[in-house]
Ligand binder design. Structure first.
Ligand SMILES: [Zn+2]
Length: 62
């Protein structure tokens, strides 16, 4: 009886990357995935968006 050697084959994980700057998961601190579209946005792009929102809010009269 010969022993069957089963090669270790880890399931290929889908590489996620930011839909905005195209940086992959390993290059950013945080990747936030949309549950509905499956698209991702990284922490850097979120910061950029926040800056834009803040600037926009500042220019508007209260
Ligand atoms: Zn990004």
């Amino acid at each position: 009886m010969t022993a069957k050697i089963i090669p270790f084959n880890p399931p290929k994980r889908l590489e996620r990357k930011c839909s905005f700057c195209q940086k992959d998961e390993s290059k950013v601190k945080l990747l936030w995935e949309s549950e509905s579209t499956g698209k991702c946005v990284c922490n850097e792009c979120i910061v950029k968006c926040k800056t834009l929102i803040d600037e926009d809010t500042e220019t508007k009269p209260t």
